[in-house]
Design a binder for this molecule. Sequence first.
Ligand code: AHM
Ligand code: MG
Length: 336
Amino acid sequence: MNVNRKVLTLDEFTIQELRGLPHATGQLSSLLRDIGLAAKRVNVEVNKAGLVDILGDTGTINVQGEDVKKLDIFANNQFMGVLKHGISCAGIGSEEMDDFVVFDDEISNASKYVVMFDPLDGSGNIDVNISIGTIFSVFKRVSELGKPCTKEDFLQPGNRQVAAGYVIYGSSTMLVYATSRAVNGFTLDTAIGEFCLSHPDIQCPVDGKMYSVNHGNFFQYEKQVQEYITACQKKNKTNGGPYTQRYIGSMVADVHRNLIKGGIFMYPATTDKPKGKLRLMYECKPLAFIVEKAGGKATDGKNRILDLQPEALHQRTPFFIGSKNMMEELEGFLTA
Ligand code: AHM
Ligand code: MG
């Protein structure tokens, strides 16, 4: 058997990283490995989603709807379960749950981190075989170690994240995560059941030619946003336009593509949703941390996402994220 020892698994990579940090306790590495394990379990079920539709108990539309919902809950329980049974996480917040969950046992109370996640983003795409994702965000606790974690641990601004990442269940399954050091991407090798380092030190291209936005909402956007979108569609020597429009309806997939190839993703406020649709804590802050760490930018149209002080767990925000120069071009329109 030809074993390629140049390929590092997620576990090997996190252990290797620890060697460069002699004072690290290993809790963050262990937490990332726990997330990798949950991602593998969810991946198995996501791959079966189409089959479940065909072989479902009654095959009616209602049952299909329930199956899709079940996968959301399955993903939620997998991530919550591995984090609860691990040694690094004191509690979690999830887009699927009304309130945060305090694990409150001896090991969890001694753990340094809390995690917030969207277990299955873009879940409306499950039953049509389109990429979906998990997004996660890791904070160091501000509450006293040895005691149960508190709401203040969760309501921290994005610039306090110690790590953030996503899993994309696509044509291949990838885990991408950022720490203060770098953004690295791991592709699941299904033959050995391991995430392997495939995209070391990801840098978001400074320029891009793709814009991602729901055009169906065009007439609900504010005027400056409409003007920017219109400019994206025009020939323009300075920005290389017209740009190509790509909108999957699974933000993880859109942002992942833009991170690798360059581009901008927008979910602006609409007249129906004046605060935007996307959730600051579970979706926007972690993606902003990753893209900024890779050299891009992320704002709510006025402020840096990472500087927003959250007020509620399920808070929504308008969201603009992507390549540095495209974001600055957008900012020119928004401040005009
Ligand atoms: P969800 O968390 O309910 O799945 O919603 C988030 C998703 C994003 O992945 C995607 O970009 C957006 O909603 C699509 O919304 P719309 O259909 O309004 O364009
Ligand atoms: Mg979501």
